[in-house]
Design a protein around this ligand. Structure first.
Ligand code: HEM
Length: 492
């Protein structure tokens, strides 16, 4: 009996010692080793606290009160230093590449355009999506194209991306036109009701416009209960995800929603067969394939909705405050009939205006990756398991790349394309870079052009005097207080 007790005690002690050693290695030795590999290459950064890393710094450096980011009565386009004050502070201290820690997770933060270029040129599958992002967004997005890596992602990308190539996308202009015309009709009715001038909250209406476009594209219809349900679920989930405790306490509710979603989606005749084929290729078995169909519907729907609607809203805000650009863009299609893909392709001013809007207000502030193996970019060796964050806004505002006025709205800089606008074109990254570059960028550009072309041809507009400029980070960069425009019908 005593022997048995002693053996059990020894096994228990061994187990406990191994566990303590594991924790010691995982939370102390490994982060120290990774950090010292980075620091010996000259990478500096703030000192982390034990276990918490630099998380307390983020709590101390909350964004300032950015209710009205205006300078001399004009909206400040160099907003990122207010919205992300800590990164701005660290960049001034440590330069264009540095290391910080989120808990024990090491991150290399990059605003160096040469390094950003090296990273964008890497086609290696060893540079994957960060594990913590995959985990955080799993409740919302499952395991679709947006969050997956390696071979699993390659299969999905190969089947989904070609559906958004130019030859396919140009056949979808009619969906965009129909949806834009619905939007215009509501605005015209509103303007008539209000005797010729209406104050319209365009950001919300553009969300509905983009939702119809992506729903019609994916599902062949947009008026169903499913789409409305899906939209309100996304909103609820997004709200819940801001408070991690709420996500955990709501797990049961989320699971029920997922089962409902699966039943509804698999009942549908999906217009985009690519999603079905992709699921069959990469998921073993019917249940897994069904789950992947649901996940990718959610992924492409969400990818196609928010960023497009927000970009259109920011562009209208910029055009409202720069009437000369409103006139120049409008002049491109005076006398033209309804736009088609060929005509929209020729609208150089409109293209430049959207490119400049995406430079100043890119929906995603970081392109985040993780090294799945030891990797080398230029002169920098990054060990396995480190986050690699390329910061979009500092690159889009670097005077070395854009000239002396990077914070000014000046679409003319894109008049001869991205190559002549920016000294290192790989540093202009509103659609991301490398193999994961936005699969829907042609679709998005066409959709934004269609809706702006129709708006510009029907209305003149200025910014509501009560507009408050406050870009906020809520999954993507949004106008924190919306965009209200004073709209009038153009007289012929
Ligand atoms: C202005 C509009 C848009 C912007 C600025 C934008 C931007 C982005 C960015 C930054 C990424 C991540 C790239 C990376 O991690 O390197 C991305 C990925 C993606 N986007 Fe977009 N996007 C837009 C519209 C759309 C639309 C309309 C669709 C589909 C209809 C779409 C589909 C996707 C997909 C499927 C991915 C995942 C690509 C992959 O990981 O292989 N996007 N987008």
């Amino acid at each position: 009996m005593e022997l048995l007790f002693k053996s059990a005690f020894s096994v228990g002690l061994l187990f406990l010692t191994s566990f303590i050693l594991y924790l010691f290695n995982r939370f102390w030795v490994r982060p120290q080793r990774l950090r010292s590999k980075l620091r010996t290459q000259g990478l500096r950064g703030p000192s982390p606290s034990f276990l918490l890393g630099n998380t307390p710094d983020f709590i101390r450096f909350q964004p300032k009160d950015i209710k009205a980011l205006t300078q001399d009565g004009e909206a400040t386009h160099d907003w990122a230093r207010f919205t992300f004050p800590l990164f701005d502070h660290w960049t001034k201290q440590y330069g264009q590449r540095y290391n910080f820690a989120l808990g024990t997770y090491q991150v290399v933060y990059i605003t160096d355009p040469h390094l950003a270029k090296e990273i964008s040129l890497s086609t290696s599958l060893k540079l994957g999506k960060p594990f913590f992002l995959q985990k955080n967004s799993e409740t919302l997005l499952g395991k679709g194209i947006l969050t997956s890596d390696g071979e699993f992602w390659t299969h999905q990308r190969k089947t989904i991306a070609p559906e958004f190539y130019a030859d396919k996308v140009k056949n979808l202009v009619h969906i965009m036109l129909d949806s834009a015309n619905k939007l215009i009709n509501t605005w015209e009715t509103e303007i008539e009701k209000q005797s010729g001038t209406a104050n319209i909250k365009v950001d919300e209406d553009l969300q509905s416009f983009a939702s119809i476009v992506i729903s019609e594209t994916l599902f062949g219809h947009s008026n169903s209960k499913v789409i409305n349900e899906l939209q309100s679920r996304f909103k609820r989930l997004e709200r819940a995800m801001k408070t991690p405790l709420l996500v955990h306490s709501n797990q049961e509710q989320f699971r029920e929603m997922e089962i409902e979603e699966r039943d509804t989606f698999t009942d549908y005749e999906l217009y985009y067969k690519a999603i079905i084929n992709g699921a069959k290729m990469s998921a073993p078995g019917l249940a897994a394939a069904e789950q992947l169909i649901v996940d990718n519907c959610k992924n492409v729907y969400l990818a196609g909705l928010e960023s497009t609607a927000n970009t259109a809203a920011w562009t209208l805000m910029l055009l409202a405050t720069h009437p000369e650009w409103q006139d120049r863009a409008r002049a491109e299609f005076v006398g033209e009939s309804l736009p088609d893909a060929t005509m929209l392709g020729k609208m150089k001013v409109l293209t430049s205006v959207i490119q400049e809007s995406l430079r100043l207000y890119p929906p995603g502030p970081f392109i985040a990756r993780e090294t799945l193996e030891d990797m080398k970019f230029g002169d920098l060796e990054i060990p396995k398991g480190v986050g690699v964050w390329v910061a979009v806004m500092p690159l889009h505002h670097d005077p070395e790349l854009w000239g002396p006025d990077p914070s000014k709205f000046n679409p003319d800089r894109f008049a001869n394309g991205i190559g002549s606008a920016c000294k290192i074109p790989q540093a202009y990254i509103p659609f991301g870079n490398g193999p994961h570059i936005c699969a829907g960028q042609l679709f998005a550009m066409l959709e934004i052009k269609v809706v702006l072309a129709i708006i510009l041809s029907k209305f003149s507009f200025s910014l509501d005097a009560n507009y408050v400029h406050s870009p906020v980070m809520e999954n993507i960069i949004r106008p924190g207080h919306g965009v209200n425009l004073i709209m009038q019908k153009l007289t012929k």
